[in-house]
Design a binder for this molecule. Structure first.
Ligand code: PHE
Length: 455
């Protein structure tokens, strides 16, 4: 269970925080969060989301990091090492599958973001809301282009991963995260001063409590929280396995949660004011195209809009790539650790599998009818993937991880790891209560309600 030099380590705690934040901050914050807020009815969703983040996900993140650091293994090995001879390794296996599944639709959206760097910078996407909407449907309806973009995204991710742990991920994130935050702040400032922005702000910050009766709000908020924080699939566990023993886990987790949540909230302060400044805007109707059809309006209204638009999609693409790297890392490190494959072979095989699964998501936005509207589901294949992995697989993985940490590995042993070398760890009793009772119970409740509502 000790670390071997070939596994690689972060150069410092800041390196770990940046890499984990790089994993967490991505399409989930800037594309997923506003899309889910729009479909979940605005500010009510935001309130439920924040409760999920702080009461369920933050304590779980601490547990995942501890599991990784204790075992120095990827998810399947970590669960197997702490509960030998039992089936808990299946939780890790679910995470490995989730890595492939999430990456398959993620790479489609990331491909759109990459293409929009060009479209925004050159002014190819411009004009009124109708033209911008039509441009988006024609673009995403082109199967060949969509597939080519998926290849580009997966290929780039695979190339970075072959470069090793520290060099690739840490450096890119360190350099670009501050720019992303500054740009989002500037765009939010512009957005809230648009004519008509007030209605968007009201929608975003004043909750309509009657919406709490809708269980869909809870399932999508919980799923979104897991997705955005890269939790429930062993990704943070894997990153934790490269963390030094002298670094505080609780402090690192708080930083990651705070960064990730602020960036998501900030994205909402851009999208909704801009959206509501467009006549006839319906936040529930846009689906996965929301940011691609709303933001070009903002860039059209701004002096230097091409520059801002190009920079925005560039930074979004980079943020997406630091997340795809972490998604691919989970199945790849599993193949290396458990099957003894070389890193190159593992990257090639997993990337191939991801591509195959990505095909229906890439062709499901107008190019091929059965994937665009999957019979019996009333939604596209991509939306189906989002629901299956984010709203189901990640919470299931998270629930089982909480039970594992709280009851199988045991809070005492977990606390020993969390407080190793005198590390700062606030309110251990409260954390124990959350990880043993609140997390598993709340997740199970939401999942049962989800199943009851779906079937
Ligand atoms: N958290 C990433 C995002 O918000 C997506 C992700 C999910 C990455 C799960 C890794 C694991 O974009």
């Amino acid at each position: 269970m000790s670390s071997t030099p070939s596994r690689g380590m972060w150069s410092s705690r800041a390196g770990f925080i940046l890499a984990a934040a790089g994993s967490a901050v991505g399409l989930g914050n800037i594309w997923g969060f506003p899309t889910q807020v729009g479909q979940g009815g605005g500010a009510t969703f935001v309130v439920v989301y924040l409760a999920c983040v702080f009461l369920i996900c933050a304590p779980l993140m601490v547990g995942e990091i501890a599991l990784g650091r204790r075992t120095r293994l990827s998810p399947v090995g970590a669960f197997a090492a702490l509960a030998p001879g039992r089936r808990w390794w299946l939780v890790g296996a679910l995470g490995v599958a989730a890595g492939v599944g999430i990456l398959s639709f993620y790479s489609v959206i990331a491909g759109w973001a990459v293409a929009y760097i060009w479209f925004a910078a050159t002014g190819a996407v411009s004009g009124g809301p109708d033209e911008i909407g039509r441009f988006f449907s024609e673009f995403t309806g082109n199967g060949v282009v969509s597939l080519a973009l998926v290849v580009l995204v997966i290929g780039t991710t695979a190339a970075v991963l072959l470069g090793g742990v520290r060099t690739g991920i840490e450096r890119v994130t360190k350099a670009l995260m501050p720019f992303l935050i500054l740009l989002l702040l500037a765009l939010a400032l512009r957005a809230v001063t648009l004519p008509g922005a007030g209605a968007g702000l009201a929608y975003y910050v004043s909750p309509d409590l009657s919406r709490l009766a809708d269980v869909g709000v809870f399932t999508s908020a919980l799923g979104q929280a897991f997705f955005s924080l890269s939790l429930g699939m062993g990704c943070i566990l894997t990153y934790g396995s490269y963390l030094g023993r002298e670094d505080s886990i609780a402090g690192s987790a708080l930083w990651i949660v705070a960064l990730d949540t602020s960036i998501a909230l900030l994205a909402g302060f851009i999208i909704f004011p801009v959206g509501f400044s467009i006549a006839g805007f319906d936040p529930t109707a846009s689906g996965p195209g929301l940011i691609f059809t709303v933001l070009p309006r903002l860039f059209a209204e701004m002096p230097g809009g091409h520059l801002f638009g190009g920079a925005f999609f560039l930074l979004l693409s980079v943020a997406a790539i630091t997340s795809t790297i972490s998604l691919l890392e989970v199945p790849v490190s599993h193949c290396v650790d458990a099957l003894g494959w070389s890193r190159t072979k593992a990257v090639a095989a997993v990337a191939g599998a991801v591509f195959v699964l990505a095909v229906p998501s890439a062709l499901g936005n107008g190019a091929v009818a059965v994937f665009t509207n999957v019979p019996g589901f009333g939604m596209g294949f991509l939306d189906l993937m989002v629901a299956a992995w984010n709203e189901f697989a990640l919470p299931v993985g998270g629930c089982l991880t909480a039970i594992f940490v709280g009851r199988v590995w045991g809070v005492d042993r977990a606390l020993e790891e969390l407080r190793a070398e005198g590390a700062w760890f606030p309110a251990p009793a409260f954390w124990t209560l959350l990880i043993r009772w609140a997390c598993p119970a709340a997740i199970a409740l939401v999942l049962v309600a989800w199943l009851a509502a779906t079937f």
